[in-house]
Every structure is written in C-alpha cells, then in structure tokens.
Write a protein that binds this ligand. Structure first.
Ligand code: SF4
Length: 609
C-alpha cells in the first residue's frame, strides 16, 4: 500500500517472541495511521482491567500517516498505552525523527508487551529485530543513554527513558531528539517493562502514490506557513509568545497552584524578555519548517553551561508561574532536570506547586519536605524536589505518584489543593475564565488536557475554524463545540501533523495530502467521521477500564474559588455550569447521560462489535 511501511511489529519482551503482520487495507482505510492505529491496537490487544504496570499492558509506538513524506510538521509519532497516572488512555505525541525512521524500516506500528527479565533495549534495523542488554545503560540520564546507544549502533534514531521512567514515576516520559512524549506516563510503562530504549534504522524508500503532486503540495504548505502573519513571532519567541497576553489581557495564566490567574512576577519568563538574551538559535521537530523551539543557553552564573531545547509555554507555566517562580534561569534548570531524568514538565511542576500550597497551608512541614522550605517562588527547593521526585526520595516518592494519589496519601484535607481532572495535572490555562476549556479538560480521555481540542485557541480569540464570536465566559453551546474540535484535532495525531499548524490544514487541507500520499480519496465529512470514530473508540477503552460518570468532575479550586483578580476576576465554573456543559456534550456525541455511546451511535460508526 502506498503511504505505509506495510507491517505491524509485535514484540513480547518476556518470551522474546517477535512477529510481524501486514497492515490490512481495511485498517488503513478506516484508521489511517498514528493515533488511529494505536488506539485500535490498544483496544484490541490489552487485557481489560489490568494494572498499567502489568506486563500485559501494551506499549504502542505508531508514526502518523505523513511520517517519511516531508509533509510540513508531519513528523509526529504517538506512544499509546494504559496510563499509570490516570488508569485511562495514555496517548502522547512527540516530534522526534524515530517515526519516519520506523516507516523507512517497514513498520506502521510497534506493539510491545511483556517484561524483560533484565534491562534491555530494542534494536530494529529493517527486518532485523533484537533485544539487547541494557545493564550498563540502566540509571543513566537521557542524553548519556542516547550517546552510548548511538556510539554502539551507529546511525540509529533513539527513543529512550531516563531514571524517572526506571523508577516508575507516574508521569515519566519518553524522549527522542530532545522532543518528549511527556504526558500520561508512557515512560513509566516502558520502565516497568525493563525497556530502556528503542533504536531504529530504516533504509527502505517510501514512495507515495503521486510523488509530483505531493511535492507540489508540500512546497505550497511550506510557503503558506512561512508567509503567515504569525510566522516571525512564532519562530522568534516560540510557544510562549502569548504568555503575557494570556496573563495580562485575559487573566487566565494559572499561578501559585491556581490561587491566581495573573502572575505578578512574570517579567523574566516572558519570551519577549528571555529570547533575545538566552536563545542562540531556533530548533524544530523533525520535518518542520516552522521552528518554535529554541536553543536556550546560559553562559555565566550558577547555571553556566546549561543548554536546553526550550523553554516551551507549558513549562514556563508549570515550573514558573504555577510554582510562583519568576527566575527564568532556574526555570530553565528545572526544564533541564526534567528532560535529563525523563519527566513531564507539566505534571512535575504542578505536583511541586501542590506541595508548596500544602506547605504554606501548614499541611506538610519542613521536616516532611526533608528540610526544604517550600514557599512559592523558592527556586532552590523546587529544583531539589525535581531531583527527589525522579529518584523517588523522601517527599519526592509521594509526589512521584501524581497530585491525585499524593493527596490521598497525605490526607489532612490536602484534596482541596489538588488540581487534576481524572488524575491528570492540568496545563497552562485557567479554565475558570475559559469555559469551553473546562469542558475539554472534563471530556478528554486522558484527563486535564489542552491538546485534545486546542479549544484555548478558539475560546481566547473568539474565532477558529468554522467558529466565530465565541464567548469564553459563557457555558452556552460548548457541548457541540468541544465535540467537533475533538473530532478535528484527533486527526492531527492520526496523520502525524503538529497542532501548531492547525491554523492551516483543518480537515479540508488534509484531503489532497492523503490522496497524494496513499491514493485514497476522502471527503471532509469522512475525515471528521474517522476522528469521531477514534474518539469513540478511546471512550470505549476508558469505560472498559472502569471510568464512570462520577469521574467527570472539576477540582474544587475551579468550581469553588473565583479568580481573585485581573481580567477574569470573579469567574469560576459552577457545578451547575459543569453539569450543563457535560449534558450538552453527551447529547452532541450521541451518548447517554452516563457518557456511554448508544448502540445507534456505535452502529453509525461501525464500532458495534
Ligand atoms: S511548530 Fe514547533 S512543535 Fe510543531 S512541529 Fe514545528 S517545531 Fe515542533
């Protein structure tokens, strides 16, 4: 089939069985690739209701359809598993080159099950698949691991975990090319399998259905992206470009564990301050002509020599505003620790902000914190705690469980300071002033998430895609809005395209690219239908794993405490608003009011069986 490597690789690390099977034309037609393949395979291959760390839990790596075909920003690959953080869908997308390499090796997905008796890494060189000893890699940080595997194996692409994944930190991620599959803990699942890394070399040519048409389209999309009015600011300041706008003009930058929606000490963490001082060059994901990453370098002072890929907007929030830390150099240092140890910066920062809130409210003491003074803004304590979490030392061992479990362990009323949805710590949008995002946090099958809808872009500007004049402070009309955004946005993960290109492609833009790549024709309705199908399959998975209507709840800080100041002062999401938006969403989805897809809907989507 044009557009595909053609095979699924199955690896059982326990029995060392390696098999391959062809990708069926039916699967290609109905799920396209990437998240579509991964979610289908996870649903079919997992044993229901097993713990995420059970060897049977599959860890699936699936490159989006466009990987290997030079589609601009089309180099995304998904890691998908049952999440150890939420017990729900643990899908997380990264921009590393391993996806394209895998397709060149002939594979559209790798399904890894079992647990190796000893640390190992998986080496895939076209048809040759080996499990190699990783005893001397275990305990090493991410950059050292990559360096050692490359010096041993030569020209391979490497995705690996750091010590956090080995230590089963529930929000450990997977790294490739300084890009992370961060959210939901796929790195911990990899650690539970004694799998340190996956190294891939592929040498086959990938020939699309219509090379001339595809090249023309790719050139055209690159031109459109580079001529867009936002291109210069996006590439100069990165994803944090809008930080001050979200903070000062909207009042929705969650600060000090969601006490406030405006960060008074934000000056240094605003990219308009730090990019001219610390950014040495732009960095991009594989196959991206719109580099939003930065090489952030500190040349002098106590962090002299630091050089990271960052700092991304979410990290400026989590290690910055959420912890009350306005010192950009220490935020960069925290970013470096998370990347080297292999931890999601969002959850790591959020869980520390939670601990700081407990400390300031007298629920945990200096003694509990191993002698650290955990006031908001204490950057030294923040950095020390990041290391303790990755190594599971002292209080870090409790926090490595994530906010929800940590609150249950600590008790003493700490639940009211725990900001999470379905066990997932939130990203950088104070949804008390962005009602559609509050609904998006609730409906996402991986918990509080900005990337399943990108609804912040619509809600904060009032317009996006086919929507106009949307009021972020109203709860009206959000059910259909979030349903439609979810069905559109999941297609970016299916095709492997970056969501920062969402202002360009939409569903209509994908049609010609898919045709030129695979030869298959789709209408815009069919593209959105596939999106709806994948989202329903995700829902069936989380329902099977035990999620119920009771899990659709926002934390008390969002439903009970209004934003105290700024442009969104006085706003919150009441319980009534929350339930109304959820009811509207379930109706829009064709589900019953317990969030269960109706038989009619499943028949419509071909998912009845
Ligand atoms: S826009 Fe940024 S995040 Fe998206 S592919 Fe390009 S570099 Fe990666």
């Amino acid at each position: 089939m044009k557009g595909y490597g053609g095979k699924i690789l199955n690896v059982d690390l326990g029995s060392r069985d390696v098999t391959t099977e062809p990708v069926s034309t039916e699967m290609a037609r109905e799920y396209l690739g990437g998240s579509g393949f991964a979610v289908r395979l996870l649903f079919d291959r997992s044993v229901p209701n097993k713990d995420a760390f059970d060897p049977s839990n599959p860890l699936i790596m699936a490159p989006g359809l466009f990987n290997g075909y030079s589609v601009p920003t089309g180099g995304k690959v998904v890691f998908c598993t049952k999440s150890p953080l939420t017990g729900l869908m643990g899908d997380s997308v990264m921009g590393g080159s391993i996806g394209a390499e895998l397709k060149h090796a002939g594979y559209d997905a790798v399904v890894i099950t079992g647990r190796a008796p000893n640390p190992c890494y998986l080496l895939v060189k076209d048809d040759e698949v080996e499990m190699k000893d990783a005893g001397d890699l275990w305990g090493l940080d991410v950059p050292t691991t990559v360096e050692k595997i490359k010096s041993e194996e030569g020209n391979v692409r490497v995705a690996c975990i750091g010590p956090a994944g080995e230590n089963l930190v529930r929000f450990a991620g997977i790294d490739c090319d300084d890009r992370q599959s961060g959210r939901a803990g796929a790195g911990a699942v990899m650690g539970s399998k004694n799998l340190k890394a996956i190294a891939v070399r592929g040498t086959r040519d990938l020939v699309p259905h219509d090379p001339t048409a595809l090249m023309k389209l790719n050139v055209e999309w690159v031109r459109k992206m580079s001529e867009s009015p936002d291109y210069e600011a996006d590439t100069k300041y990165g994803t944090g470009e809008f930080l001050d706008w979200i903070n000062s003009e909207k009042g929705t930058f969650p600060t000090r564990n969601w006490r406030e929606g405006v960060f008074d000490n934000r000056k240094e963490i605003d990219p308009y301050y730090w990019a001219p001082r610390y950014s040495k060059k732009n960095k991009a994901c594989f196959s991206c002509p719109k580099p939003c990453g930065k090489l952030f370098v500190i040349e002098s002072g106590k962090y002299a020599g630091l050089a990271i890929d960052g700092i991304e907007y979410e990290t400026l929030y989590s290690l910055g505003g959420a912890c009350g830390n306005g010192d950009v150099e220490s935020v960069a240092k925290g970013n470096e620790i998370c990347d080297a140890m292999g931890m999601d910066t969002i959850s790591a920062g959020d869980v520390i902000a939670f601990a700081m809130d407990l400390y300031e409210n007298g629920i945990i003491s200096k003694e509990d914190a191993g002698g650290l003074e955990l006031e908001f803004g204490g950057s030294e304590a923040e950095l020390a705690l990041l290391e303790m979490i990755a190594k599971r030392e002292g209080l870090g061992d409790v926090l490595a469980e994530g906010v929800k479990r940590a609150a249950e362990k600590i008790g003493k009323g700490s639940e009211k300071y725990a900001v999470h949805v379905k066990g997932m710590e939130p990203p950088a949008y104070d949804v008390r002033g962005i009602k559609g995002m509050a609904l998006a946090f609730l409906t996402s099958t991986r918990g509080a998430c900005h990337l399943r809808t990108c609804a912040y872009a619509l809600e904060l500007t009032g317009k996006f895609w086919k929507y106009q004049d949307v009021d972020r402070l109203s709860s009206e009309g959000k059910g259909i809005e979030i349903k439609e955004l979810e069905d559109l946005v999941v297609m970016y993960d299916v095709l492997g395209v970056c969501k920062f290109s969402r202002g360009f492609f939409f569903a209509s833009g994908f049609i010609e690219l898919i045709k030129a790549t695979t030869g298959s024709s789709y209408s815009e309705e069919e593209i959105l239908w596939i999106g709806e199908r994948v989202n329903n399959l995700k829902q069936l998975f989380v329902l099977r794993e035990g999620m119920t209507r009771e899990d659709y709840v926002l934390p008390e800080k969002i439903t009970g405490v209004p934003i105290p100041e700024g442009e969104s002062k006085g706003h919150l999401v009441t319980i009534e608003e929350m339930n109304k938006m959820l009811g509207d969403y379930f109706d829009a989805r064709g589900w019953d009011q317990n969030a269960i897809p109706t038989n009619k809907k499943l028949e419509e989507l071909g998912l009845k069986d």
